[in-house]
Design a protein around this ligand. Sequence first.
Ligand code: 5GP
Length: 206
Amino acid sequence: MNRCVTLNEALSLGHLFIISGPSGVGKSSLVQKLLTESDQLKFSISYTTRPKRPQETDGFHYHFIDQATFDQMVLENQFLEHATYNHNSYGTPIPPIHNWVKQGYGVILEIEVQGAQQLREKQSQLDMPMHFIFILPPSFEHLEERIKGRGTEDPDKQARRLQIAQHELEQADTFDVQIVNDDFDLAYENLEAHIHSMLAAKEILD
Ligand code: 5GP
């Protein structure tokens, strides 16, 4: 790991970091910490048709919209990628990402695996370096506990999230990097180190 340069210094080129992993794995906490550690990182706020949870803020966690508006945005090609997850639609808007990448920011997308796959397929057409990171739970039981303990959804929806998680975990090795979130501080250190080495590798290739 190159510790001579700070995360801010290393992020002089626009990069896209696609962070994926099953629901309940702790992606959001890791991403929030990354954002507080570097003002050269931006978070892509997705659009979703999922109902807002009580602790969420519209325009900060997501842009909450109805299905008709989402479908219209799809028709107008306003998304870099979009997917259906647990009967709700989620999409990454193009304009903020283009602006930030042009300005040299690292942009973090916290998305599920279908969206990551779409970006992988589009990689050669899009003029921005992309890095694919997958966050793993220490065990499936651990994930189960987290999703149930969170209590944000009814048991049917929780069960569906766990079913999706099983399928998502099978795709972990299609990502450039896998990080196990057992101990939060260790997982964060690992994530930060990988971001450093991805940036360093890109600079060498350039
Ligand atoms: P949640 O409903 O728990 O907020 O999110 C469900 C899943 O959708 C999570 O895995 C989350 O990372 C993912 N997600 C959030 N925004 C997007 C997006 O814009 N595109 C895609 N493909 N997935 C998203």
